[in-house]
Write a new protein. Sequence first.
Length: 261
Amino acid sequence: MNYNEPESQQLTLSIIVPAYNEEKRLPSTLDRLNRFIRATGINCELIIVDDGSKDNTREIVRGVMRDNASLRLIENPHSGKAYTVRTGLMQARGLYALHADADLSTPPEEFLKLVDALKSGYDVAIGSRDGRPGAPWYRLLMSAAWRVLVSVVVVSGFRDTQCGFKAYRTAVAQHILQHTLLYNTPAESLTTASVAAASDVEMLYVARRLGYRIAEVPLVWMHHDESKIRPMQDSLNAFAELLRIRWFAISGAYKLRAKPG
């Protein structure tokens, strides 16, 4: 399979994987992603953003880098997932930037659906989990409640704002991040919910206010038991962050300038 690319020497795609203490999963993840890149023929860079891991995550990446020129390692101090993803998006060099969870609960082959949405004219493409086989009942309940809260408090019209697989035109992602007010520093990102659920919501809110076109793309997704979510604590923290976004919106704190061009 050879994927058609734009007629440009620029990198087509940056795949960003935030990683915190991922020494067990990362070898398999890197192998699957590298096989995907080779099979599709995409002109691609693979960026691992290490969130100050205390295990051998960085050493594993460096070992693979010796034989893989397309792999990059960005080393952050421990700052939480939101700032880790932000770092990868701001340093991406591809025409498109996609971030994916290290567990690859969505298979890499599904990434092409997000890229296709961007190629068709959308500025942002978010994964929407098409069923959640294996997910425990409380995760399904949390997801349903979150969807209602997001719709009522911040932004409506999305089935799934929390899927960890999203893609952007890179210039668009960087423009959006210039206008976000949450998670912009390591200290703030680290003190919020470990999964930084409201970060995705804020980016979608800002993207819509800036007039960017957003596609929601159904993706195959499988539940993994290694999730780092703390159901009660993270839910309360995330709701508080939703209220902050709402307050910023009604108080005029978001100084949104028109999208470039």
